[in-house]
Design a protein around this ligand. Structure first.
Ligand SMILES: O=P(O)(O)OP(=O)(O)OP(=O)(O)OC[C@H]1O[C@@H](n2cnc3c(O)ncnc32)[C@H](O)[C@@H]1O
Ligand SMILES: [Mg+2]
Length: 250
């Protein structure tokens, strides 16, 4: 089974990634508790996501998924943006960070904001990566609205089209519309098409189905054809069919 290391130290992020990609036939591996911190000193989300993905991917020698994300507030010229984690200090409680933001936003009419997420999938053997972006537009609320879920700045962010904070809306709704879920939808497509084999090959022998995906098929192609050509010549085998199906678009 394909193993993917989820390179985040943020438990809220990890939980969302597990919820969003959990149904894929892959094994998502969290970082060991002992994994050391990395300094996210890049100047873009992509650079920071790559620092995390490469550091842990090379260390643990696994395909690695990392994301760098942030809350961009128009009235604050895009801040905290890529500094979202470090804003007022990395270990400062989020309540304090949010109170500070609400104070700075006190007299601002323009409350437009967005969460942005850049997800990176890194392949240590080839030293290659793919990256995907997701954005959710919304507004900064006038007060902190805690709900039962979410993390970070969720209690002060209201996505467009809803009248509650991300924390109050709950995980199910957040995971359908969030920046992270939009980036991860593309990660999912990439995994399905490139690591799992997007096309299914179906082999029927005497009408009985023997399914295998394109990856299995590509590895065993020659063997399968050799077996099939042998089977074909056996008197008890009536038909041997090979059908390649395109997976339906979601
Ligand atoms: O780097 P890792 O270990 O993944 O965890 P982190 O919390 O440091 O994550 P980032 O470097 O991506 O920093 C993003 C900051 O923005 C916050 N953030 C990211 N996604 C969020 C979300 O979906 N809801 C609320 N806050 C979020 C998060 O709490 C961080 O403070
Ligand atoms: Mg971080």
């Amino acid at each position: 089974m394909v193993k993917i290391l989820v390179a985040t130290k943020n438990k809220g992020k990890l939980k969302e990634i597990q919820e969003i990609l959990g149904d894929l036939p892959i094994k998502l591996m969290p970082l060991p508790e002992s994994a050391s911190d990395v300094e996210e000193n890049g100047s873009t989300y992509l650079e920071n996501a790559l620092i995390k993905a490469k550091t842990y991917g090379q260390k643990y020698k696994l395909i690695t998924l990392a994301d760098d994300s942030g809350l961009e507030i128009d009235a604050l010229n895009g801040l905290p943006g890529i500094y979202s984690s470090r804003y007022l200090g990395k270990d400062t409680p989020f309540e304090e960070k949010m109170k500070n933001i609400l104070e700075l936003m006190k007299n601002k009419d323009n409350r437009k904001a967005r969460f942005r997420c850049i997800s990176v999938l890194y392949f240590p053997n080839e030293d290659k990566f793919v990256s995907f972006e997701g954005v959710v537009e919304g507004e900064i609320l006038k007060e902190i609205c805690y709900g039962n879920s979410g993390f970070g700045y969720d209690p002060i962010f209201k996505p467009d089209g809803f009248d509650k904070s991300f924390s109050e809306l709950g995980t199910e709704i957040k995971n359908k519309i969030s920046h992270r879920s939009k980036a991860l939808a593309q990660v999912r497509d990439y995994i399905e098409n490139n690591l799992l084999g997007g096309e299914m090959i179906e082999i029927k022998i005497n009408g009985k189905r023997l399914p295998a995906n394109k990856y299995v098929y590509s590895v065993f192609e020659k063997v399968i054809y050799a077996i099939l050509s042998t089977l074909k010549d056996l008197p008890e085998i009536e038909t041997v069919e090979i059908k390649i199906e395109k997976k339906e678009e979601k």
